[in-house]
Design a protein around this ligand. Structure first.
Ligand SMILES: CC(C)(COP(=O)(O)OP(=O)(O)OC[C@H]1O[C@@H](n2cnc3c(N)ncnc32)[C@H](O)[C@@H]1OP(=O)(O)O)[C@@H](O)C(=O)NCCC(=O)NCCS
Length: 188
């Protein structure tokens, strides 16, 4: 996927269902001597962020999600209607469906300089709790590479086998976390 499509996809998801997304932030001054200070020094911040302070807020990790009717993440749930800005649909066949009972986690990412410090797990677990509290889905589904299966299992997800999704050339595993009253194992 090219960067322009990525940006359009992020704009679509944050606009239509930002309440299903999450971020973990910190802040620092350009003079701070730490990896966080290095990050602040490496960026050009918009003026709105610097009106009366040199302290800058930085996004260290994010989760982006949508809802869909399928039990696992599918190509349809990853795509989005090209005319979404002018023609709102409650439950389109591609993209975010308000009626969907599966919360599809499409992107979980921690800044490379801050990985392996537990941020990813904190972000994931707190987001899972928030999604459960929202009560707007029966399960969470995601795709991951084989090397991350154990990591997601340690957060309470179950591997239900190889995914049919062709995104990025395929080769993904389907991971699911069923909430109370969700689907049985034989549904997958
Ligand atoms: C996958 C990803 C989100 C994990 O984020 P993270 O912040 O590095 O995750 P954590 O620190 O919580 O856990 C990662 C590992 O660090 C270890 N760790 C956690 N805290 C640690 C600490 N204080 N010191 C050393 N290691 C630590 C964990 O035990 C875990 O090890 P494991 O993989 O052997 O189980 C991150 O690597 C990432 O953004 N990758 C690129 C995008 C990606 O692949 N996203 C997933 C798509 S499905």
């Amino acid at each position: 996927m090219d960067p322009l499509t990525d940006t359009a996809q992020i704009a679509y998801r944050l606009t239509l269902c930002g309440e299903l997304c999450s971020g973990i932030f910190s802040s620092a001054y350009p003079t701070t001597s730490s990896p966080l200070g290095d990050l602040v020094r490496s960026r050009v911040f918009p003026s709105v962020d610097s009106s009366d302070s040199d302290r800058k807020r930085v996004l260290l990790g994010h989760i982006i999600a949508t809802k869909h009717s399928a039990l696992t993440v599918t190509d349809d749930s990853m795509a989005f209607p090209s005319d979404w800005r002018t023609k709102y649909q409650l439950a389109p066949s591609t993209g975010h469906s308000e009626d969907g009972e599966t919360v599809c986690l499409h992107s979980l990412c921690v800044h490379p300089d801050f990985q392996k410090h537990g941020l990813g797990k904190v972000l994931l677990l707190s987001w899972v709790q928030r999604i459960k509290d929202l009560g707007s889905g029966k399960r969470i589904a995601l795709l991951c590479r084989q090397r991350l299966v154990t990591w997601y299992e340690s957060a309470g997800f179950k591997c239900v086998g190889p995914s049919k999704c062709t995104y990025g050339g395929g080769g993904w595993m389907d991971m699911v976390m069923e909430f109370d009253g969700g689907a049985d194992d034989d549904n997958f």
